[in-house]
Design a protein around this ligand. Structure first.
Ligand SMILES: C[S@@+](CC[C@H](N)C(=O)[O-])C[C@H]1O[C@@H](n2cnc3c(N)ncnc32)[C@H](O)[C@@H]1O
Length: 220
């Protein structure tokens, strides 16, 4: 169904050609983040194929996954809501691994967010993007989500909370992308409860292993 080919686009009308290369070009300008070219390419294919009106991303960081999705959204309209508190306290909550705790406790979230705000302006994506500076827990409910990308705090409690709060807001037939399915701290896979929830409530379509293991589900 989804071809792992960066040149592949789900819609080959002239107005759509070039969208993916431009989206990946924008993504490459962004230093902060972890979204791979392969993942962005698949996210763009999902958007071009499903023409979503509403995308929600939990965990935005520097916009490495949000920016290519926002650019793809320009073709048909639609909005991406990026939910992230950009806060050291929220990022360390429940994180057990010492190295991860140190990174998230000390990294400057404010600068990363401000750089993203500048990218959104310079790539002219203001009409596609709404940033919500809040935790997944505090953010207002957004209903009828067509595509949900969960890539927030990977601790057990938060990742499980994310699926319990947000998967019910996805419309029937909508897509869920969940990052870091096997995030391991002290020998324990912290995201396994969230993945189990997804497997019980949705149909798994694919599992992709690039720099991490991430998956795609469909809401029946
Ligand atoms: C792994 S990064 C996101 C990476 C980004 N999606 C990418 O592809 O580069 C995790 C993000 O989750 C955010 N975060 C931490 N706790 C959160 C929470 N409770 N709700 C939403 N986002 C949270 C962090 O601020 C950080 O920006």
């Amino acid at each position: 169904m989804i071809e792992l080919n960066y040149d592949y686009i789900a819609d080959d009308r002239p107005s759509v050609i070039g969208v993916k290369s431009q989206a990946l070009y924008y993504m490459n300008q962004i230093y902060d983040g972890w979204c791979t070219k392969q993942k962005a390419s698949i996210l763009i294919d999902i958007i071009l194929a499903s023409k979503p009106k509403t995308i929600v991303e939990i965990g935005v960081w520097g916009g490495k996954s949000l920016i290519p999705m926002a650019h793809a959204l320009k073709v048909f309209g639609g909005k991406i809501y990026g939910i992230d508190p950009w806060s050291n306290d929220a990022s360390v909550e429940g994180v057990m691994h010492e190295g991860s705790r140190y990174f998230w406790a000390t990294v400057n979230h404010e600068i990363v967010m401000l750089k993203l705000v500048d990218y959104i302006k310079s790539f002219e994506l203001q009409n596609q993007v709404e940033l919500i500076r809040a935790t997944s827990e505090d953010a207002p409910i957004i209903e009828n989500i067509d595509v949900l990308h969960i890539d927030g705090n990977h601790s057990e409690i938060t990742s499980y909370f994310d699926v319990c709060k947000w998967v019910p807001q996805v419309r029937r037939g909508g897509w869920i992308i969940f990052d870091d399915m096997n995030w391991t701290e002290s020998g324990h896979v912290t995201t396994s409860k969230a993945v189990q929830y997804l497997n019980e409530h949705c149909h798994k379509l694919a599992e992709i292993n690039d720099i991490c293991l991430w998956g795609i589900w469909y809401k029946p």
